[in-house]
Design a protein. Structure first.
Length: 180
């Protein structure tokens, strides 16, 4: 087994290539994300409980709109926290098949692709001036895939928030093993 970084490991055998990418290893940031989630939850619950004390219909309408936005971001923060705490990406190639899984607590759907149908393996380049790229590479979200390939005109992206060095090593290993 080859350990690329404290998040990425590659196992390479005769007819098997296995890549495991952990979501994070930064316990301090994970603790801060948990505090953010708890504070966001408490704020939303306080607003929700005050809804029933309101008499003015306009104030009640405002709270309903506010709570709809709050619920959306509560879901996104919780999803990011669960991913960072328990998640990992697995990609393995064996017997002419590419398997990809985003696993949370040993659960997750395995997507299987025929290796003969795989095309256009490439690195997703990041722009330092792009606001979206900067947000997607931040710790606080579940986004920022760095490697992609296409299968029957469907684009498959993986490698959440890999740095440039990790991305290059994984790309070279895949390119060498798959020979696309």
């Amino acid at each position: 087994m080859k350990v690329i970084s404290n998040r990425v490991s590659i196992l390479k055998k005769e007819n098997l290539l296995s890549i495991v990418i952990l979501a994070t290893n930064d316990k301090k940031k994970l603790g801060i994300l948990f505090l953010w989630l708890m504070a966001w939850t408490v704020c939303g619950l306080i607003v929700f409980m005050n809804y029933f004390k309101m008499i003015d219909q306009n104030a009640k309408t405002f709270i309903i709109v506010y709570l709809s936005f709050w619920a959306y971001f509560e879901y996104k923060i919780a999803k990011a926290f669960i991913w960072k705490k328990f998640g990992k990406e697995k990609l393995w190639i064996q017997e002419g098949v590419i398997n990809y899984q985003r696993e949370i607590n040993k659960k997750g759907k395995i997507n299987t692709f025929n290796l003969e149908l795989v095309q256009n393996l490439n690195i997703i380049e990041l722009s330092n001036t792009s606001w979206a790229d900067n947000i997607n590479q931040s710790f606080w979200v579940k986004a920022g895939e760095r490697i992609a390939f296409s299968v029957q005109s469907k684009i498959i992206r993986f490698g959440l928030q890999l740095n440039d060095a990790e991305t290059q090593i994984i790309y070279k290993e895949l390119k060498h093993f798959v020979k696309i």
